[in-house]
Design a protein around this ligand. Structure first.
Ligand code: SAM
Length: 237
């Protein structure tokens, strides 16, 4: 089943200087298989980058897909070009604007989606706002995925949803850097409802990964990275 996506991934070009921007091939394959297996139809994503997630989603649905990104010019439109090269130009609905502008517009038109991929602004407030509008856009039973769950910001939004939104169900993800929720009920919180969601663990993992991926390769770093690879199978971006 993965041959189709593997062939498409080979067409995606990413400049040497930007190798850390795209999702990994294993993540692209997972998204493709997930979207296909769940028979997902209407899709939207925030953060185009070099178009890898968009290609994975469109390859799985064969249907129109909205991609929101205000900064494609900073990537020389490499993402939209890769999407066209993969043969999905006609299905692409590219919105060259901020997700905080486009998502509310979609919500105001009462548009509904089965799947949202969130990989745009990676600051806490940016991710939170993407989630906030995703909530209005998702069909009952629909899914959304966060990428870059190693980041403290993403972990805090995940923790907020787990603690404050019992109407969202956590779906097991085999990949450490992708987190999945399914809309599985209605929001019945009263106006005073609030559960604290700050986690120290996410702060620690964030800073540990930054320490492991940046700066000098010391003996200690090499050893910790080796252990991490052995025990978790995750490699930092
Ligand atoms: C890590 S890249 C996305 C990678 C992409 N999903 C892939 O599969 O390769 C993050 C992208 O988010 C975009 N971005 C940053 N702020 C944004 C915002 N407010 N709304 C939408 N996209 C945003 C950036 O321009 C960048 O292209």
């Amino acid at each position: 089943m993965s041959e189709k996506i593997d062939a498409l991934l080979k067409l995606i070009e990413v400049p040497e200087t930007n190798k850390s921007t795209p999702i990994k091939d294993s993540e692209a394959r997972f998204i493709y298989e997930f979207v296909k297996e769940k028979k997902i139809g209407k899709t939207v994503e925030t953060g185009c980058g070099y178009g890898k997630s968009a290609v994975s989603i469109m390859a799985a649905t064969g249907k129109p897909h909205i991609v929101i990104d205000p900064f494609q010019r900073n990537y020389n439109y490499g993402g939209t070009e890769n999407i066209k090269k993969a043969g999905f130009g006609a299905l692409l609905n590219f919105q060259e604007d901020f997700s905080h502008t486009v998502l509310p517009l979609l919500a105001s038109k009462n548009e509904k989606f089965d799947f949202v991929f969130i990989d745009g602004n990676h600051r806490f407030d940016g991710i939170f706002v993407d989630f906030y509008y995703t909530d209005f856009l998702l069909e009952q039973g629909g899914y959304f995925m966060f990428h870059d769950t190693w980041m403290h910001s993403t972990q805090l939004v995940i923790s907020f949803i787990k603690k404050n939104r019992p109407d969202y169900k956590v779906i097991d993800s085999p990949l450490r850097n992708i987190f999945i929720f399914q809309k599985a009920g209605t929001d019945t919180r009263d106006g005073m409802y609030h559960r604290g969601f700050y986690t120290m663990k996410s702060w620690l993992t964030h800073h540990l990964i930054i320490w492991l991926t940046e700066g000098d390769e010391t003996f200690l770093k090499k050893s910790v990275n080796k252990l991490k690879g052995l025990y978790t199978g995750i490699k930092p971006k």
